[in-house]
Design a protein around this ligand. Structure first.
Ligand code: AMP
Length: 627
């Protein structure tokens, strides 16, 4: 139990694509909070296990291949979208999945500080959009945190470094390449004040993309040899992805890695595998285009900060993917500098978030460290604009806050009515750098009414943008002559619409969460379930029939049951058997493959007796299977 806090404890959280971590301030220094099993990094993977419990972390990661329809990784890439994630037939939003990860981290804080309210500083890529930041904030709230601040990941990394090097004035370049996102920022440090000068990046570029490039490479090999695409098989695809990450990581330290997978998918019920050698130069050829893109962004951000390469004093490499030798070599060659070796690529962001938390709680106020940040995009509204040739067209972009403006910032601009007698105006909010809004990112829209009737261009509307320290935007509009103000800002409108949904989510997540054995040192929930234990049979995923009574044979439909029921059960059994095949050794695979073939034949011929007989045999094989 740590006593070093004043009111609520404030923790720092790195909610990463691949791994997440939570940190706090101890003895004036940031430190990661470990789980009961001593692990400090938490794989950002969520599983709904066959008992319906939510499992987060390594156990969930281990289940990615075996239970692809019950588990999800890399949810950060979907944050801010309204994509539905279906796990074990239940639909979740990306922020609900993230809330599970945050709940698991909160548990660590609860163990350290005891129950009670906790404030959190959560990091996001600098290049996250407004919706993505809001979704992250809501996920934190769903998990039960008071979200004190959302800060940018490169700023956090600079804070962690800055606290250790308070006397080190100069310009740092923070190059952050993680599992799913890339960020690059220029930070100036002067007498303990850290000022982000410019930020750029791509929230869809990271180690995951390198993995998928390797998956495609593997799949092409299988396609060429066997004329079957293993990516169409959900299990095969998950298996190749897992292998791709292993190969990629090994290639950071070895020149060549061999792949030997006896079963990736099935072709006419025969196992199709992959045996191949991957060299570092083959891998480099796959990813060099993406690394070149990061280098272009790096040049751009130096330019945006109005600096040149020789002005950069230190390079901080953050994110697991910066361990790839090509990344280190490319950055050293570009900047003529060796990256710092005292920045931990996996920990720096969480530690920096804890430094921000310490500045907020007062634990680090003596340090004299202060951080300012910038807006990573321009933000503005849609207006009528002049096209070349003088024609007026809707859809022009008028920025109100420019990219790289220091935040927090409030800016107001005046606009005028564009038609005679116009009494209402629609304020459409965008972020981006293009002069036409259709190329930018739309954030929302609202209507300001109550403008007095007047000649075209005679009524002024003041539009105010407030961009706060969380990187979250509020927009309001006011008619100057009537004083009529849009009472709902963009932010309020979104929050109000979602309040009920939010509460429902919190309750739903809590219910699922309570099913899980989160306080156990070892998560036994998965190991608990055994195909040998009849009591567990109904917990096994997707078994097609009733296995309740261990003394009875498989519940085969009676003769008078409709053949369609039998047919469906047979199909389901084939599906289940195929899924199980991947987990078996070849000795067990061979009889099962043969039985599946027989079952398919029986289904085709609609031979009820044969069908029952083979279904019973397949079922026996499944029950006896050891994996
Ligand atoms: P992060 O989001 O910072 O946790 O980074 C995770 C990403 O780094 C994942 O895509 C990992 O596969 C990747 N990664 C971790 N270690 C290595 C390594 N030694 N070489 C290459 N990539 C790595």
């Amino acid at each position: 139990m740590n006593q070093e806090y004043t009111s609520h404890p404030v923790v720092g959280i790195d909610l990463g694509t691949t791994n997440s971590a939570i940190a706090y301030i101890r003895g004036g220094k940031p430190e990661l909070i470990e789980a009961a099993n001593g692990e400090s990094l938490l794989p950002s993977v969520v599983l709904i296990d066959p008992k319906g419990a939510v499992i987060v972390g390594q156990n969930a990661k281990d289940a990615l291949v075996a239970m692809p329809d019950r588990s999800i990784a890399a949810i950060k890439r979907k944050m801010g979208s309204d994509e539905e994630i279906v796990l074990a037939d239940q639909a979740f939003s990306p922020e609900e999945i993230s809330a599970f990860i945050l709940k698991e981290l909160k548990q660590r804080a609860d163990e350290l500080y005891g129950e009670g309210e906790k404030e959190a500083v959560i990091t996001v890529p600098a290049y996250f959009t407004d919706e993505q930041r809001r979704a992250t904030k809501r996920a934190g709230e769903m998990a039960g945190f008071i979200v004190e601040r959302i800060i940018n990941e490169p700023t956090a990394a600079a804070l962690a470094f800055g606290l250790d090097h308070l006397q080190k004035d100069g310009h740092f370049l923070v190059y952050d390449l993680g599992g799913g996102t890339f960020d690059v920022s220029i930070v100036e440090m002067f007498s303990g004040v850290l000022e982000v000068k410019a930020s750029s990046g791509d929230h869809m570029l990271g180690g995951e993309d390198f993995d998928w490039l390797l998956v495609d490479w593997f799949a092409e090999k299988i396609l060429a040899e066997h004329d079957i695409d293993p990516r169409l098989d959900i299990r095969g695809k998950a298996l190749l992805k897992e292998e791709a990450e292993r190969v990629k990581i090994a290639l950071s330290s070895e020149e060549s890695v061999s792949v030997s997978l006896p079963l990736v998918t099935l072709q006419e019920n025969r196992p199709v595998g992959l045996a191949v050698e991957v060299t570092r130069s083959q891998f480099v050829a796959l990813i060099e285009g993406l690394i070149a893109q990061t280098m272009e962004r790096t040049s751009q951000v130096i330019k945006d900060a109005e600096l040149s390469v020789k002005d950069i004093d230190e390079v901080l490499l953050v994110g697991g993917s910066t361990r790839i030798p090509l990344v280190r070599d490319s950055i050293s060659a570009k900047l003529g500098l060796s990256p710092r070796s005292d920045v931990h690529p996996d920990e720096a962001v969480a530690l920096g978030a804890a430094v921000q938390a310490g500045l907020k709680s007062g634990l680090l106020s003596e340090s004299g460290l202060i951080a300012t940040d910038v807006a990573p995009f321009s933000m503005g509204i849609a207006v009528l604009a002049e096209k070349p040739g003088g024609r007026i067209k809707p859809g022009g972009f008028s920025p109100i806050i420019s990219k790289n403006t220091t935040i927090p910032v409030t800016r107001t601009e005046k606009f005028y009515t564009s038609a005679m007698g116009q009494t209402a105006v629609s304020i459409e909010v965008y972020q981006g750098e293009h002069e036409w809004v259709k190329h930018n990112h739309r954030l929302g829209e609202f209507l300001l009414e109550g403008i007095p009737e007047n000649w075209k261009g005679q009524e002024a509307i003041e539009v105010t943008f407030r961009y706060n320290l969380n990187g979250i935007l509020e927009v309001s509009a006011r008619s100057v002559s009537s004083g009529e103000e849009m009472s709902i800002t963009l932010q309020d409108a979104l929050i109000r619409n979602n309040r009920r949904e939010f509460e429902e989510s919190v309750q739903r997540l809590q219910k699922l969460w309570e099913n899980a054995p989160h306080n156990l040192e070892e998560d036994e929930s998965l190991e608990d379930i055994s195909v040998d234990d009849p009591e567990d049979w109904d917990l096994l995923p997707d078994f097609p029939a009733d296995l309740d009574d261990p003394d009875e044979d498989w519940d085969i439909p009676e003769d008078d049951e409709a053949p369609t029921v039998l047919h469906e059960d047979g199909q389901q059994l084939i599906e289940q058997a195929r899924k199980t095949l991947a987990d078996l050794d070849s000795e067990q695979q061979i009889p099962l493959v043969a039985a599946i073939q027989e079952l398919e034949q029986a289904l085709k011929e609609e031979n009820v007796d044969q069908l029952k007989d083979v279904m019973a045999r397949v079922t026996d094989l499944l029950i006896d299977a050891e994996y």
